[in-house]
Design a protein around this ligand. Sequence first.
Ligand SMILES: Cc1ncc(C[n+]2csc(CCOP(=O)(O)OP(=O)(O)O)c2C)c(N)n1
Length: 647
Amino acid sequence: MVRSSFDAPCLSEEHLRWHQDAVQRCRRAIIQMTSLAASGHPGGSLSSLDLYLVLWSCARVEAENPWMDGRDRIVVSHGHTSPGVYSVLAEMGFIDGEEAISSFRSTQNLFEGHIEREIPGVEWTTGNLGQGLSAACGMVLGERIHGRNCSAFVPMGDGEQQKGQIAEARRFVVKYGLHEITAIIDRNQLQIGGETEEIMPQQIALGWEADGWRVVEVDGHDPQQIFAALQQAKKDDQRPWCIIAHTVMGKGISFMENLSDFHGRALNPEELARAIEELGEDTALWDLEPLQERRLRRPPSSVPSMPNKVPALDGGEPVTYAVDQKTDCRSAFGQAIHDVARASSDGTLSPPMAAFDCDLEGSVKLGAFHKQFPDRFFQSGIQEHHTATCAGALSTCEVTTVFADFGVFGVCETYNQHRLSDINHANLKIACTHLGLDVGEDGKTHQCIDYVGLLRNIFGMRIFVPADPNQTDRIVRHALTTSGMAFIGMGRSKLNTITDEAGAPFFGGEYTFTPGRLDLIRTGTAGMVVAMGTPTGQALDAVDSLRGEGLDIGLAHAATPTDLDASCIASLAQQPFVVTVEDHSVRTGLGNCIAEALFGAGTAIPQLRIGVEQYAPSGPSVEVYRHCGLDSESIRERVQAFALERQ
Ligand SMILES: Cc1ncc(C[n+]2csc(CCOP(=O)(O)OP(=O)(O)O)c2C)c(N)n1
């Protein structure tokens, strides 16, 4: 293997000779890998191959130390070119080539169909096209926050350029002067369905230039040209560069060249024999059998994986909002994140934290954080897809990162970005306001009534839904100081403080937030109301009124609806019935979670689900809740009727 650096004047003769030999070995590996797996994407792997070889042999990355701080980041955005990436990583000593070839696309190993961040040398799991540039932005910000410098290179497909998130990301790069980033487009003119210009005409160069990038075009199979463009891009500290590399799909195997058919198809046995011949090798010596045998034997993976680093933050002192101090959960969130940031700052240094906003700063209450830590606040505009990915990637760089937005944009609009961030072991905190029906007069377009149903599919996501500002304060401090993905959901309105039977703040003072626990606000034996989030105050009024009439109903709050303690469920199962109250779709929210948990515990008690049954109209929140039967009087009536039916 020959290595160089972008500080060298050009690629040496020795490097060029090695490159030509290495290209052949990698082509061989790509063909072997995809043929053994009988699937995969050889076409784009072959067209991107020269780019990958120049990048991995010249960037500041080390096979011996693949996760070193301050390394350059090679973020391959068109993750389907995994055979090309794996072949080059093997060539550069990051991974064992035989293991990659024999286990490609098999369940025993990490060499998946699309590149995985777990593989040394791979920075971000991609495959959902359009997200790589955003991820690179997060990584470069992460290095900057830690006072280090790196370059980031983002190879992408040309069909991929159709994806809108890329335009969002390139504007962000220019706004924040992230000139460390260089985009490299594999312009092979083809995508799955044929010619890129036929599938969707696009002015690739003009688009990038219009957003402030310097665009250059190179022969994507000439290593010296690729090197020169990358070197100049790296030197330019004024503008980011986009290198359009003209390539040939299927490069190096004549009958595969310029055919979109080979975008995502492995060779059949006859084609394989022809390819071997073209690679100048003896078919008889090209024995796939040992590799096939190894594939079937399924030896365990020997691949070490990227360590997860999470900063230790100081949660600070919890705040208690008094009973007469009516406020909204989002303000409590704004106060708590600011508190944690202050408690975690080291003298004049900002904390290892960051917050992203999409043009809703005042509404999502990031003002205080922004004011005190302007270098940690990122105004990303109405570009939620980019923001979600960028924030997710930054959160993997030892920076606790908050993405604050309205529920409907921060969850519904960006679900797939969060899913990919979770797959990438992100540590993102998604703080959503204007959740449920509590959006003011904005109406059904803005009512996020499906967040539990959506987010519970994301295996690493913890879902936190506070009942009032006091619980919001505790939950925000908990989410920021514990690792992993977390969602905090809050409404818009000022809420009454939830009180205990003595009239003191229930979630204040000595209260500590414990995930999984059902917080028992009122004990009772005639049935239990379990509420979630904003309507909890209404449920409390309803329950207190029924208790005043002699019906001994209890009230619990489920702040972690998808993760309920077995012991809490066991005591709930002792009740004659349960009524769930939520401003979430009744089809997929708290009611479902409780029903599942009870069923899982082997109990079935009668259940009434009060929730949102249809898209709701515009109107002041109080009226919208009444319209949907989620005001205290409607809840009281339905609980009473349900109790009576069971007597
Ligand atoms: C968001 C998203 N939509 C669709 C796909 C399915 N898909 C995989 S590759 C591909 C075509 C990509 O074309 P291009 O970027 O030109 O890559 P190449 O054909 O050169 O390998 C599509 C549509 C995807 N992976 N991600």
